[in-house]
Design a protein. Sequence first.
Length: 213
Amino acid sequence: MKYDFTSIMFRSGHDAIAIDGLGSMPGFAPELPMDGFDAIPMWVADMNFPTVPTIPEAIIARASHPAFGYFNPTPEYYNSIIQWQTSRNGCDPALLTPECIGYENGVIGGVVTALTSFANPGDPILVHSPTYIGFTGSLQNNGFKIVHSPLVKDKDNIWRMDFEDMENKIRKYNIHAVIFCSPHNPCGRVWERWELERAMELYKKIRLCRGFR
């Protein structure tokens, strides 16, 4: 299947906050561009290319039936996740079963659900700053305390994690959960393998120091 990453879509009036929100939400959305300039919707994490055709085709086929009741995730839903994790990340499909997978209809809901497995309202959560407003809002709305570990620029002007600051903050505030975002929102960094490994080594080191295995 050939994907289209070059066509420019007309999105105004089609539920695109990236376009229609400009100038309508002071303090949140940018102002409208000056006359003669086009809107560049880079202020919100939104894909500006067409969705792969099989997805709207499946939605249209389902929507053609007039009844919309409650539902459970289908076997195809779980199988798709298991196949992805198996082919992409080398997971053992015998160990990754449907019982291991929880259904969420959005990233923020998934983040909050995961956090409640490791922390309680009032607990501090480490996030890298600058921080995605979705994380900020969901943490505050669910009673968590935000502890920022600011990203820093290296000699090549690349944003990096400050591992020393992360360790100090985790120890100082007795943090048990961290939001780790890749690509980072909003700086856009896709973390390199060594960065991911060093972060995981740091978390493991602190966990072992606390007596956990």
